[in-house]
Structures are given as C-alpha cells and as structure tokens.
Design a protein around this ligand. Sequence first.
Ligand code: CU
Length: 157
Amino acid sequence: MPTAPSIPNRRAIPAAACGLIIAAVMASGSMARGGEETLRVVDAWVPATDKVGTDIPLLLTVRNEADAADTLLRARCPVANFSERHTVDRGEGAPAMRMVPSIPIAGGGTTVLKPDGYHVMLLQTRQPLSAGERFTCSIAFQHAGTIETEVNVREHP
Ligand SMILES: [Cu+2]
C-alpha cells in the first residue's frame, strides 16, 4: 500500500501551482508595456451649464496603444446622478441620440467621443458647472479596467 503523502508535500503542490497561476496572470496582463499604460484617457471635458438636473455630454479622447480593441463600458462622475453611452442616428429629420450598451474603442489608435457621434451622457446633473471648473470621473473599460480622468468644464464650442 502506498503511504499517504506527508503534509509538507501536499502543501508544496498547491503553493507551486499558485505561483504558476500568478505568473500566468501577470504575463497575460498585457495592458502595461514596460510599466506604461497602453490605454489613456485625455482631453476630457463637459460643456458649462448653469442648470441643475440637466443632461450634458461628456467628451473625451481615448488613446489605445494596445493592438487589441477595447470597449468603454461606463462612466461615473460626481456631478451627475447617472450616465449612459450614446450614439447619434441620422435618418429622416433631425439627428437623434440613442442609448448603446457600450462604446467601441479602436485598437492601436485614437478614439474621439463627440456630441454628434459616440459619447457619454451625464444625466441629472447635481450642480451648476462653470467654465474652468474641474472634477474627476472614473471610466470603466472592458480590458483596461477603470481609469480615473480629470474633466474640464468648458464654454460651449
Ligand atoms: Cu447623448
């Protein structure tokens, strides 16, 4: 009859396996190349408004240096109760905004969110927003994770 493995041996196996799993996870985490983020959010802004409880677009630029495409899943900002992802339909009549589940982010390139294309909509603003003010939003991406970005309030373009 084979003897049962000693406790130290039984412990050694999971420990080694655990080390392998951690190494594999780190190797597959290709978002960081040489310690630098491959996806960045830059130039984020909203139009100024003196109203409260209104809806305003959140515009930003995503620089994705990763080869793989990503997806903007949601945005959270302290100045609004909710947010949605929108696109703009152009058919007969005036262009109309429509909610979409997520916003596609191209791989190896720059994606600019615009009021007349894909954008984030902040719903039910909680305070007036004057040009020159700043706040921080967290933007969640499917692969790059959640990124905090500074948002500037600007006069309407
Ligand atoms: Cu919108």
